[in-house]
Write a protein that binds this ligand. Structure first.
Ligand code: SAM
Length: 371
């Protein structure tokens, strides 16, 4: 476990902490930046106030808990009927996203249209994208079913290549060629899958950590970060300049999500969507980033930071991991000064869709009736 203890020089080159600097202490005024963002939005946005009130009523009602628990249980089922339902649902969501953005069709004029799907199963998005751009080739990664991954239901053709692997173990692609031998996952890290100059016109980052995926204990509290930064770093690094990324995100008002949107805003055109076919009652939504200038200095910097975050989450101590979460991010005050108004504008529509869906949910309607 020596490997997990100290990798400061690898993670924070030239950034030795001063003796008085506690590693896990955010170097910003707000110790809880998400709380500060929430306070800002509550003061200024009627849509955010409405959704916050509805969410609170949902949390206060035990029926709300059982509704979401049932949704989670259904998502964990792996029988054929559930898998087919999930595939159709993903296709519907894909069509809905495409209708609003045109994102699933590779831009005309691309000589060799290529799609990368970082977490593909069951394959609904890729199915929609291939129907919009039938001459495209696709490379798709998918967690093996034996590790708890979903079944692939996409009809296979010669223009699609699937590699069954755990994307969070793509060490060589994430910049780590040599893995410490005493690391708990030492023999699970993977060799390079993407050539340095390999590029794609459209990248899907729709992975979600699965409860059915057996993992070493060190990963548990860090897995969501590991999965998200791997998809983002490799997706953006291998995106053709001017290409499109479709990324699943959670909770717009959370500090890390807001920072991510601020970063993408610097080098792409960002649109947020909450498909009504799925995600309507939950806080998840999609970012569709088009015209992504993937060679922009801010994009290159973001890729380096995500790779460093992956290294910290995979090899670092708790202190190193905590510190890395703040690396390159703005504290709440600066973030809101810089991006608060855009954040509010971006959120308006998705909070409205969630509010409309929650207002109709039985666990909210029952609380209204009993008031
Ligand atoms: C919401 S589903 C993706 C649906 C897909 N976009 C579609 O259109 O059908 C989330 C996916 O993330 C995958 N996943 C989760 N953890 C993963 C990992 N570590 N490596 C690869 N795939 C992973 C799951 O197996 C699942 O297929």
């Amino acid at each position: 476990m020596e490997a997990l203890k100290s990798l400061s020089s690898l993670l924070f080159p030239g950034q030795a902490p001063t003796p008085s600097e506690k590693l896990d202490e955010p170097p910003f005024a707000h110790a809880n930046p998400s709380k500060a963002i929430k306070a800002y939005l509550l003061e200024r946005s009627a849509e955010f106030r409405e959704i916050s009130e509805l969410r609170q009523r949902g949390w206060d009602n035990p029926e709300g808990d059982s509704f979401f628990q049932k949704q989670r249980q259904n998502a964990d089922k792996s029988d054929d009927r559930t898998a087919a339902y999930f595939f159709e649902l993903m296709r519907r969501i894909g069509h809905e996203l495409h209708r609003s953005t045109g994102a699933f069709a590779v831009q005309p004029g691309s000589p060799h249209p290529n799609i990368l799907d970082m977490c593909m199963a069951p394959g609904g998005f890729l199915d929609v994208a291939l129907s919009k751009s039938p001459t495209s080739r696709a490379l798709a990664f998918s967690l093996p079913a034996s590790d708890g991954g979903h079944k692939v239901l996409l009809r296979m053709t010669s223009n699609v290549e699937i590699r069954y692997l755990d994307v969070t173990m793509l060490a060589a692609d994430m910049g780590v060629e040599e893995v410490p031998k005493d690391h708990p996952d030492a023999d699970r890290f993977l060799p390079r899958q993407l050539e340095p100059r390999q590029s794609f016109d459209l990248v899907f980052c729709d992975g979600q950590v699965l409860r059915t995926h057996a993992r070493a204990p060190y990963r548990e509290r860090r897995e969501a970060k590991r999965l998200s930064v791997t998809q983002l770093a490799l997706g953006l690094e291998h995106l053709r300049p001017g290409g499109t990324m479709v990324v699943l995100l959670h909770k717009l008002e959370a500090w890390d999500t807001a920072n991510l949107l601020r970063i993408f805003h610097k080098f792409s055109t960002v649109k947020l969507l909450k498909p009504k076919s799925g995600h309507a009652k939950r806080s998840s939504f999609y970012m569709v980033a088009t015209d992504v200038r993937s060679c922009h200095p801010q994009a290159v910097r973001a890729i380096d930071i995500w790779k460093a975050a992956w290294k910290a989450a995979t090899f670092g101590s708790d202190e190193e991991y905590q510190r890395m979460l703040w690396n390159g991010e703005l504290g709440a005050e600066q973030l809101l000064d810089d991006f608060g108004l855009e954040l509010m504008a971006l959120g308006k529509e998705i909070w409205k869709v969630q509010a409309d869906a929650l207002a109709k949910a039985p666990f909210i309607q029952h609380t209204s009736a009993s008031r």
